[in-house]
Design a protein around this ligand. Structure first.
Ligand code: ZN
Length: 112
């Protein structure tokens, strides 16, 4: 299933939901263990981080970050690069690597 995020205006972007509930939006650490007992709390297992947040908010932030990434590419290249339906494993892996490098911070902005 693809998440859909609505941006200002009326553009809808499909983003890859892969591991959106397991990836820490602050430090990028991604692991199943970040969801103790697969519960509703996200608890980053990285000792220096230990971010604690409701799992739904983690998912929402990661989806938002991926949407920003797709929008940035779209603005700079004119191509909507986020294509979850892409069958090319290499392209998918590259996209996920970029997603893994995304960080949520108060100054996350569209540098377009
Ligand atoms: Zn973390």
């Amino acid at each position: 299933m693809a998440y859909k995020a609505l941006l200002a205006g009326s553009m809808t972007v499909k983003v890859d939901p892969y591991q959106t509930s397991q990836a820490c939006p602050r430090c990028g650490y991604t692991a199943e263990d970040n969801r103790p007992d697969k519960g509703l709390l996200f608890l980053c297992q990285r000792a220096e981080c230990q971010l604690v947040l409701h799992a739904d908010l983690i998912g929402a932030r990661n989806v938002a970050l991926r949407t920003l990434l797709a929008r940035q590419d779209w603005v700079s290249t004119g191509v909507l690069s986020e294509r979850p339906d892409v069958s090319d494993d290499e392209a998918k892996a590259a996209q996920r690597k970029r997603c893994a490098e995304l960080r949520w911070s108060p100054d996350t902005s569209l540098r377009a």
